[in-house]
Write a new protein. Structure first.
Length: 199
């Protein structure tokens, strides 16, 4: 199973943003600097530096919980194999956490730039004012914890379960096609075997 949480996390951070408006007209350099300052101020409210790592941990935990629940460990009859898979899933968070934290600053900077592309200076000032208000602050503080709500977890578990079924069927079909192709093209199978043994 490859590392996949990083792009998903990036998507979730984008989802935590306000709804995007139509792109505004090109800004002057002075306007652009003012827009970027407002955008960074909004990001600072949305993802406070003091709690950023905790927010990332919460997002990752809430993302992995439905996937772990949907894992068909019951298909593995051997308790030893079940433990290996369970330990692997449990270890994914710890393994990928440094990767997430490494890329969060760049992601947040990119989000600030994206804000300047999507919102006018007046809109950014409005969003900033909302973010600083009690309701806005509360909204942004909880925007990334919604994934942990039982209602959302239930749907995400159902999605993960269905996705595993689709992936299993798709992988089986792909395997059959690859085997048929290699049987029809033994020279390719021979070349691949030689390349593999030469590694």
């Amino acid at each position: 199973m490859k590392t996949y949480l990083a792009p998903v996390l990036g998507s979730l951070l984008v989802l935590a943003q306000p709804a995007l408006a139509a792109p505004p007209a090109a800004a002057t350099p002075a306007d652009q600097a003012a827009k970027l300052a407002e955008a960074h101020a909004i990001i600072a409210v949305m993802f406070p530096a003091a709690t950023r790592a905790e927010m990332v941990d919460n997002i990752m935990t809430n993302m992995m919980a439905p996937i772990k629940k949907a894992m068909p460990l019951g298909d593995l009859k051997d308790p030893g194999l079940q433990k290996i898979v369970k330990d692997y899933m449990d270890g994914m968070l710890a393994t990928e956490r440094p990767l997430m934290l490494k890329h969060i600053p760049a992601m947040l900077d990119a989000m600030a730039v994206a804000y300047t592309h999507q919102f006018s200076l007046a809109e950014l000032k409005d969003i900033h004012a909302f973010a600083e208000s009690p309701s806005g602050n509360d909204y942004f503080r909880h925007a990334t914890t919604i994934l942990g709500d039982p209602a959302v977890q239930k749907v995400n578990t159902d999605i993960a379960t269905d996705a595993q079924g689709l992936a299993k069927a798709s992988a089986s079909g792909l395997k059959d096609k690859v085997i048929a192709y290699l049987e029809a093209h033994p020279e390719v199978a021979k070349r691949l075997a030689a390349e593999e043994s030469g590694k």
